[in-house]
Design a protein. Sequence first.
Length: 321
Amino acid sequence: MRKDFIFQTLVRKSMILCLLSITALFQVQCSGSKNITEPSHKESELSKRQAFFDDDWLETVTGNMPLIISAPHGGTISPDAIGDRDCGTKVMDNNTAELAFEIENAFGQLGKKPYLIVARLARTKVDFNRDLEQATCGNPQMEYTWKQYHKYIEEAIDAAIKEFGYAMYIDLHGQSHPVKRLELGYLLRAPALQKNYESTGNDSEIGTRTSVQNLLENNPKLILKDLLTGENAFGTLMEKSGFPAVPSLDDPHPKEGEPYFTGGYNTRRYTASDHPKVFGMQIEANFQGVRDSQENRIKFANAFARSVNDYLTFIESNWEY
Ligand SMILES: [Zn+2]
């Protein structure tokens, strides 16, 4: 009798333990999925997310000029503890982090320093050029890091505006399309670029859709056509320095069927009307002759620094902010 009783108690105890474990597991899973849809602001939740953050994953430079450059896709750090993204593209933009720091060096020779926000964490873990949901594919481990990246961009923009009254924002990427040139993304597709190039003056309907909309809004002397394909357009200045670019004076718009990146989440977010003192573009740099060796990265960076200087001089001479 007694033996049976002990046995039965043991069975009951193990069942309770088992049930408790199942409940605990279930709760972990539930709270896991709850985090995705309803972010909790509890202290413990925050520290759990911060546990998945390492200072080495994001590198920043505080600038002394109104230029902010982010490089979201050049990271190589790939911790095993973080699951790979299972949505969207995971392609890395090779050597764009190195290119960003070479640009910093080039400006250094002119006594200037741009603000930099460079991802060192791989795109397979988080995509800093997507909204939170696509960026993390629902992985709550990556929320804090994504938010930090964008907090650093916001802080850089705020600091530049406070000191200089405006900020030029560039989101730096790498592309591998057949035509080897810089693709400057002003948030316009090829047909709109063509229409603007063939227009005689300012097309306000097109202007309000671009990443230079705030610039146009505040400076009636500036014309979109000049900004994209004129003598002082950024693409023209790069082209004159030996780095073909589209749009530019010589290559005003991609031809039909040519792949071309118009600009993504970051460009849209930071040049929108709720950042009224910001204008900019996405730059998709080709590999050969730009990113492929340190020698070429230095050449590109020097041309880039001179072109930004000339471009900002042109903008400021038409300034009415
Ligand atoms: Zn990219």
